[in-house]
Design a protein around this ligand. Structure first.
Ligand code: 3PY
Length: 247
């Protein structure tokens, strides 16, 4: 089953109107590989602004949302609100949310279920820490995180899984193409055994963690890597080269 390559930019808490206009100008000029789905994760206050500047072919994602539609949750944003201002995606469970804001597997699963029910597409992030990798727990950790999602997801059509080893985030260290492929293949096997062969064959698994123009091509050539979630480089012109990594 062919899986459309999907590249997300995770701008994190960066940018202002002038900088975002510049990034959107670059993305509009492209050229962007038409065989790649492109999504940018924009800070919430600028989602509507970015949506207005980007071509319709580029999706816009929130970087977080809450697990219910509305109510007394000061500071939170609901999927319905993200949709209302033009977002069609949301990134959930990024390691910065898990580590800095103590988000649990269960909360991430609840947010994912609610975002899907509200009609958003979800980039669901998983990944192990350096300590977990060094103690041989990589598979156990990513399988546990994926199981929490699988407990609540009935239809995986609108879910992209982003495997982002925590030790490769913001450190400049990238997993080697072999290290990344190994985990992606293990995840696909996990899907076969625990969800279904169809989902295993169709679900897109992005790699994230210090992806750059310099390392994207070799990573993109791995059979189970279906795209990237890109941090710092998504704020720079080189993001276009990453989108076009398969050309
Ligand atoms: C990174 O590459 O730093 C990321 O966190 C992508 O989400």
């Amino acid at each position: 089953m062919s899986r459309k390559f999907c590249v997300g930019g995770n701008w994190k808490m960066n940018g202002n109107k002038a900088e975002i206009a510049e990034i959107c100008k670059g993305l509009t000029a492209g050229p962007l590989d038409p065989n790649t789905e492109v999504v940018v994760g924009c800070p919430a206050p600028y989602l509507s602004y970015a949506r207005g500047l980007l071509p319709a072919s580029v999706g816009v994602a929130g970087q977080n949302c809450f697990k219910v539609a509305k109510g007394a949750y000061t500071g939170e944003i609901s999927p319905a609100m993200l949709k209302d201002i033009g977002a069609d995606w949301v990134i959930i469970g990024h390691s910065e949310r898990r580590q800095i804001f103590n988000e649990s597997d269960e909360l991430i699963a609840d947010k994912t279920a609610h975002a899907l029910a509200e009609g958003l597409k979800v980039i669901a992030c998983i990944g192990e820490t350096l300590q977990e990798r060094e103690s041989g727990q990589t598979e156990a950790v990513v399988f546990r995180q994926t199981k929490a999602l699988a407990n609540v997801i009935k239809d995986w059509t609108n879910v992209v899984v982003a495997y982002e080893p925590v030790w490769a985030i913001g450190t400049g260290k990238t997993a080697t193409p072999q290290q990344a492929q190994e985990v992606h293949a293990a995840l696909r096997k996990w899907f076969t055994e625990n969800v279904s062969a169809d989902v295993a064959a169709s679900v897109r698994i992005q790699y994230g963690g210090s992806v750059t123009a310099a390392n994207c091509r070799e990573l993109a050539s791995q059979p189970d890597i279906d795209g990237f979630l890109v941090g710092g480089a998504s704020l720079k012109p080189e993001f276009i080269q990453i989108v076009n990594a398969r050309q």
